[in-house]
Each structure stands twice: as structure tokens, then as C-alpha cells.
Design a protein around this ligand. Structure first.
Ligand SMILES: Nc1ncnc2c1ncn2[C@@H]1O[C@H](COP(=O)(O)OP(=O)(O)OP(=O)(O)O)[C@@H](O)[C@H]1O
Length: 353
């Protein structure tokens, strides 16, 4: 008769494709039960945004369906996002499992749009997500998340005064945009910036988060330094455009993260090409093509995806309804979702290897 051990042995060769380890050895198969021909077990993935979910379930089913006494196979898919590793001299944010920074070599390449849609996509997949808008020079995240008029409340707690984040589209948000008059320019000096970013990390009631996405200001300045020296990070992604061939800018960004000991998870090419809404079969490479791919290859980091220029993406940002919600089937929403899955998968690999 087939028992639990036989079932686990049959499943042992099935690997997590990203981690390249056996699902059984990773303790991702749980609660195995065979009752009158009905086999059921839990598959506990490392992220709800797993890009290869269907493939893994199929592989599991194939591995056990021909065992004696098995007539049906039911796989319940759940997830437990792993906690990133701690780093000496860095102070984790209690309850926050993974921190990922979104950066760019220069401004206007769509970094905030990517950060917001990345956060919302991860939340749509079922993850608990926060967005820390550290782009204190141009805090766009509140309006892009439909929170332009939100005010953050200050609460008394054992830790002293803490900010309550705003919340919309499944994402908790803290931004300088809530605390300053958007029409007033603010001149930031290093120590002030340091103070604000540390406050946004440690004096906010973030609660439990699987992922904290940080929207950094463009370039390689004090905000990047403060963040990297304060918290342990799962990694950073660099947003570029094909024209910004951004080899120069991207290389600078990459070198900075390397020096700071932050893993670069990959590059994201935005504004890759334009599909006219009235001519969906046409594709125009407005800013040239292949820049992101070339830069990623030369810098030896993965290209996580390419996002087309799409009018509804800009409209989504302006209206406060990100495109992954307003036009989920558009080419850019699909690209952004796939990128979110890639980022989540890479974060799991960093945490577990
Ligand atoms: N793929 C895209 N298609 C259409 N519009 C886009 C796309 N990506 C970004 N935009 C638009 O370009 C403008 C700049 O984008 P965004 O604010 O995200 O860039 P940024 O790199 O964060 O800029 P900043 O340096 O000012 O913070 C916004 O109006 C945004 O809606």
C-alpha cells in the first residue's frame, strides 16, 4: 500500500525551478493524505507571486498520479514568503520580511510608475505589501496610488510616536508627499534625509509585510546610502529606458549598490516600444531597441522585463488607478505583472540560498 513516505519519495525529484532544490527537501510539501484513492497535499510556495506555479503543480501531479492506490490528486497551493537574511550592523524593520529598492540612473524614466505597479501587482497576488516613497524630491507615489489627499496620522505607542501608513489598492504607503506642501520646494541636507528615511523605516506602523518596495530618488545620492546602511535589503532593481541606453547611468547605479553590499536583482526596461492604440499590430521603437538587453548583458545582471509606452499607463498614474488594476490585460500591465513575479522569485532565491 502507498504510504506517506512512498509519496514523499515519489515527489522528491520534483524541484523548485528557481531554487533548484527538491520541494520535499525545502519542506514545501505538507499535510500529505491518501484516503480511499484521493491523494491530497499542500504545496507551500515561497511567494504568492510565483511565476511557475502551474508548472510546479503539474510536475507534482505527474510524479504521484501513477502510484498504486492513487486515483485523484488534489494540490492545495499556499505560500510562506521567507524572511531575508540579516546583515551585521543593519537593523531590520520588525515584521517586514523583504525590502526591495526601485532605482534609476536618471529621472523621468518611469521609476515611480514601476515601483507603484510592482507593489500593486505583488498585493494582487496575495502578498502583504508596503511602499516607502523615499523619492523626497518628487514624491509621486501618493497621487499614483490614489492617495494624493491622504494625511498620515501620528499615533502614540511604546516606541514613541509612530506614523500610520495610508492604504489603497492593497498597498500601505508612507511618503514625504503626506508631510510637505507639494508646491513648496524642500532643500534636503544629508543628515535631514537620513533622519526622514530612518523615520519612514522604523517609526511607521508597517505591521506584517511580505515585501516593502522602496521608491528611491533617481541617481546615486544620500537616500541610497542611508537606506543601504540602515536596513538589510533583499536587493535593488534598476529602471532604464532603451535610449537612456543608460549603460553609463546603470553602471554607476550598479557599482554603487555593489559597493554598498546590495544585490542587484536585475534591470527593467521601460518605454521599450510604442503600440498605437488604433493600430495594435504596429510597434514603434521610439527610443531605439535592445538598450536594456545590451546593458543587462554587459553588466551581467538579468533583464527582468520590458514595458511598452502606453497611454493608459500614464493615465493610470494620473488618475490614481495603476494600470495593473485599470487595464489588467494591456501589454504593459502584463509586462509589469511578469516583472513582479520575477522580482518575487529572485527575492526568494536570495533569502533561501
Ligand atoms: N511605459 C509608460 N508609458 C506611458 N507613460 C509612462 C510610462 N512610464 C512612465 N510614464 C509616464 O512618464 C512620466 C514619468 O514617470 P515616473 O514619474 O514614473 O518617472 P520617474 O522615473 O519616477 O520620475 P522622477 O525622476 O520624476 O521620480 C509619468 O507621467 C508617467 O505616467
Amino acid at each position: 500500500m502507498t504510504d506517506t513516505n512512498t509519496i514523499l519519495e515519489a515527489l522528491r525529484p520534483v524541484q523548485d525551478p528557481e531554487l533548484q532544490k527538491s520541494l520535499v527537501d525545502l519542506n514545501m510539501i505538507r499535510d500529505v493524505n491518501l484516503d480511499q484513492g484521493a491523494l491530497s497535499f499542500k504545496l507551500v510556495l515561497t511567494t504568492p507571486a510565483c511565476p511557475l506555479k502551474e508548472m510546479i503543480v503539474d510536475d507534482c501531479k505527474k510524479a504521484v498520479q501513477d502510484l498504486p492506490g492513487v486515483e485523484t490528486v488534489d494540490v492545495e497551493v499556499t505560500s510562506e514568503t521567507p524572511q531575508q537574511k540579516s546583515i551585521p550592523d543593519r537593523e531590520s524593520v520588525p515584521g517586514v520580511k523583504n525590502i526591495v529598492a526601485v532605482s534609476s540612473g536618471k529621472g523621468g524614466v518611469g521609476k515611480s510608475s514601476v515601483a507603484v505597479n510592482l507593489a500593486v501587482s505583488l498585493a494582487q497576488s496575495g502578498a502583504k505589501v508596503g511602499l516607502l516613497d523615499a523619492d523626497i524630491y518628487g514624491p509621486n507615489a501618493p497621487s499614483m496610488l490614489g492617495l494624493a489627499d491622504a494625511k498620515v496620522r501620528v499615533q502614540e505607542s511604546e516606541k514613541g510616536e509612530v506614523l500610520e501608513p495610508a492604504f489603497n489598492h492593497g498597498v500601505k504607503l508612507v511618503s514625504m508627499g503626506f508631510l510637505i506642501d507639494p508646491d513648496q520646494p524642500v532643500v534636503w541636507r544629508g543628515p535631514m534625509l537620513n533622519g526622514v528615511i530612518r523615520q519612514f523605516l522604523y517609526q511607521v506602523n508597517w505591521g506584517e509585510l511580505d515585501y516593502m518596495v522602496v521608491d528611491l530618488p533617481p541617481g546615486t545620492g544620500d537616500a541610497q546610502l542611508t537606506l543601504a546602511q540602515a536596513v538589510p535589503m533583499s536587493g535593488a532593481v534598476i529602471v532604464t529606458t532603451p535610449q537612456d541606453v543608460s549603460l553609463m547611468d546603470a553602471r554607476r547605479g550598479l557599482k554603487m549598490f555593489e559597493q554598498l553590499g546590495v544585490n542587484v536583482l536585475g534591470m527593467i526596461e521601460n518605454m521599450s516600444y510604442f503600440i498605437p492604440p488604433d493600430l495594435p499590430d504596429r510597434r514603434y521603437d521610439l527610443f531605439g531597441s535592445g538598450g536594456g538587453e545590451k546593458a543587462a548583458k554587459e553588466l551581467n545582471v538579468p533583464l527582468l522585463g520590458c514595458i511598452p509606452l502606453e497611454i493608459s499607463l500614464r493615465e493610470g498614474g494620473d488618475s490614481g488607478i495603476p494600470i495593473v488594476i485599470s487595464h489588467p490585460n494591456s501589454a504593459s500591465a502584463e509586462a509589469l505583472r511578469a516583472i513582479a513575479q520575477q522580482v518575487a522569485a529572485k527575492i526568494s532565491v536570495v533569502a533561501l540560498t
